[in-house]
Write a protein that binds this ligand. Structure first.
Ligand code: ADP
Length: 608
């Protein structure tokens, strides 16, 4: 409908918050030409920049759109309504209809300028090598990713800077947490254990990390864990006839591999990779990630250093980072936690230096929870190494092993999380501490392999004696990092006797340990002791990933073509990783990354 107004200048009135406005409006026969705020009533003795800004915005929009149905100015909504009312009043005086200027207009949202993307200023003009999926690292996560990508038809390559395959995973304790498996029923019947559930495993994991883990990533690995364990078992993995409940777990869900080392798993995974045709390049160190600056900003390949010089490798489908953590990088870890100086040893292999994280940051990746760094409480006090004997104190709490300090006293609830046990050891009566157990625990616990025990005794990593007094003598005969100890045999015997009483009564008034019927008393010899001390073990923080293992940039956008799995990622375990969850986390997220890289799909083991 054509508007018909009397051309001229009109003064309209409108009400604001505790004030009203007089607005001068100039119109011609069919349009509003200009708007000006004449005055506020009552007159204010100070200007109102907000009111002036609102008037300017509204008058521009009304004149441009020839509509009074424009959005109010945010932060000045009451004044805006008053101004609009005043303009409406003026145009009505000019003879306009209420319908004339009623066309709704939404204010256009200001487009943010795109953020600069951290791409590579120069991409290789030609590539030395090329394949579909490049996996960097060769631990549990890398091997799971590479195997699955290759079996799904992707040409896949593993890049490892060390001379051998396996990373930290080789020297890991071979403990795998899984709430069920193809052999769980049989083991539970044999060991008189209640079946475990996924919900309990998820709950223990989240609580064990002070609820700072990402529940989606936790659900991934808990539900994927039995699935991947069955793949390993079907392909020849042998496990001990035991299910344990290490610190922080309240369900019997931890499997121990035949020799109590991660190498048992790595060997199976490596065989699967070989069968699927994965190509291995060792002594080959990733030194740069290439990401396009243009287009979708895709990661397109890497640069590596080899004995023959540098090379470039194109990744047509995806780059999977599985480069592990940074426990062996003193500068990087002490930047996060100043207390983690060079004085503290690490359980990690020397390649755990974290540059995969820095290289991903260089092309825009985000990190999370980088200062969450775990000490393993039971490493060899002389070397800081987590050898196959150092796994025994970890697996033993549900069977009834006892930790004592240099005075022969208990110093912690043995069923506690690693962070609690490590802190308690550091605050105990001295250096080091000891894990005590006896033959009954060896025989019935099922988590100690016969050759593991025999080798430990032969190497004097494990002490064996017929009585607790004689055991204390053996302990005291050795020095630990050149420091002598004097564990009183009588006190040690008394501590074990008191603990036996607690186990019988199923209550621990000293440390409130959860004692169930699996726990054994130590009534007879032979008795055993293993010295133990905290050592830097696991970096829970790392690259931020989605539940599909896609790496996110600092603006929460997925970086196309870049996936990550295993210890290089952050946010799965929160403040504290429960022992035996790492292998499952690495394997499952590696498997997801391999599938996503090869087929752009994800496995369906997590219920919706
Ligand atoms: P996870 O347990 O997460 O699978 P591991 O620590 O077992 O991780 O393995 C990570 C592997 O990645 C190690 O073998 C390590 O040597 C390797 N690695 C780390 N950084 C690089 C790099 N820049 N280039 C190639 N390999 C790397």
């Amino acid at each position: 409908m054509a508007k018909s107004m009397r051309p001229g200048t009109y003064v309209g009135h409108g009400a604001g918050f505790g004030e009203s406005y007089e607005v001068e409006v100039v119109v011609d026969s069919d349009s509003i030409r200009s708007i000006r705020l004449l005055r506020r009533v009552p007159e204010a003795d100070h200007p109102s920049p907000l009111l002036e800004a609102a008037t300017a915005t509204l008058s521009d929009e009304i004149v441009a759109e020839q509509s009074l149905a424009v959005d109010v100015v945010s932060g000045a909504s009451i004044s805006s309504r008053g101004l609009l009312e005043a303009v409406a009043d003026a145009v009505q005086q000019a003879g306009a209809d209420s319908e004339d200027f009623a066309r709704p207009v939404a204010r256009a949202v200001q487009e943010e300028a795109p953020r600069p993307r951290l791409g590579s200023p120069r991409l290789p003009e030609r590539w030395d090598l090329a394949c579909d999926v490049v996996v960097v690292g060769s631990g549990f996560a890398a091997l799971a990713a590479a195997h699955h990508a290759a079996e799904l038809g992707a040409r896949t390559m593993i890049i490892e800077k060390m001379p051998m395959i396996g990373g930290n995973s080789l020297i890991n304790g071979g403990q795998y947490a899984s709430y069920t498996s193809s052999i769980a029923g049989e083991l539970q019947r044999k060991l008189h254990l209640e079946p475990d559930t996924a919900d309990r495993h998820i709950h223990d994991t989240l609580v064990g990390g002070d609820n700072l883990g990402n529940p989606r990533l936790v659900r991934n690995f808990v539900y994927g864990s039995p699935f991947y364990l069955d793949i390993l078992l079907e392909n020849g993995l042998k496990v001990l006839q035991s299910l344990t409940r290490p610190g922080g777990h309240y369900g019997y869900r931890t499997y121990t591999t035949e020799h109590g080392v991660g190498a048992d798993i790595v060997q199976i995974q490596k065989g699967l990779c070989e069968k699927a045709g994965v190509e291995f390049l060792v002594d080959t160190k990733m030194t740069q990630i290439y990401r396009e600056e243009a287009g979708e900003g895709r990661v397109v390949g890497i640069r590596v250093a080899t004995k023959e010089g540098t090379k470039t490798i194109a990744a047509a489908k995806a780059l999977v980072l599985a480069t592990g953590g940074f426990s062996a990088n003193v500068a990087m870890r002490s930047r996060q936690v100043p207390f983690l100086t060079a004085d503290l040893p690490t359980t990690n292999q020397p390649g755990a230096t974290g540059e995969g994280i820095s290289m991903a940051e260089e092309i825009g990746a985000n990190t999370t929870q980088m200062d969450q760094i775990q000490l393993y409480p039971f490493a060899d006090p002389n070397t800081g190494v987590l050898d196959r004997y150092a796994v025994i104190p970890f697996s033993g709490p549900s069977s009834g092993v006892v930790y004592v300090d240099v005075n022969g006293h208990r110093y912690v609830n043995e069923g506690e999380r690693r962070d609690v046990c490590a802190k308690a050891a550091q605050n105990s009566a001295g250096f080091p501490t000891f894990c005590i157990f006896n033959q009954t625990i060896v025989d019935k616990g099922g988590f100690i392999a016969p050759d593991q025990l025999a080798d430990g005794i032969r190497l004097e990593r494990i002490f064996k004696a017929d009585s607790l007094g004689a055991l204390a003598d053996l302990i005291n005969r050795r020095a630990y990092k050149d420091q002598a100890v004097h564990v009183p045999g009588g006190t040690l015997a008394q501590t074990i006797a008191i603990h036996n009483g607690y186990v019988r009564e199923r209550t621990d008034p000293d440390f409130r340990k959860v004692i169930d019927e699996q726990m054994m008393t130590m009534d007879d010899g032979p008795y055993y002791a293993i010295p133990q001390w905290p050592s830097v073990h696991h970096t829970m923080g790392g690259l931020t990933i989605t539940e599909k293992t896609e790496v996110l940039d600092i603006w929460e956008n997925v970086i196309p073509g870049l996936l990550a799995a295993g210890e290089v990622t952050g946010g799965v375990h929160g403040t504290n990783r429960l022992g035996s969850n790492a292998v499952a986390d690495c394997c499952v997220h590696g498997y997801i990354a391999g599938q996503l890289a090869a087929t752009s799909t994800i496995p369906d083991f997590v219920p919706k």
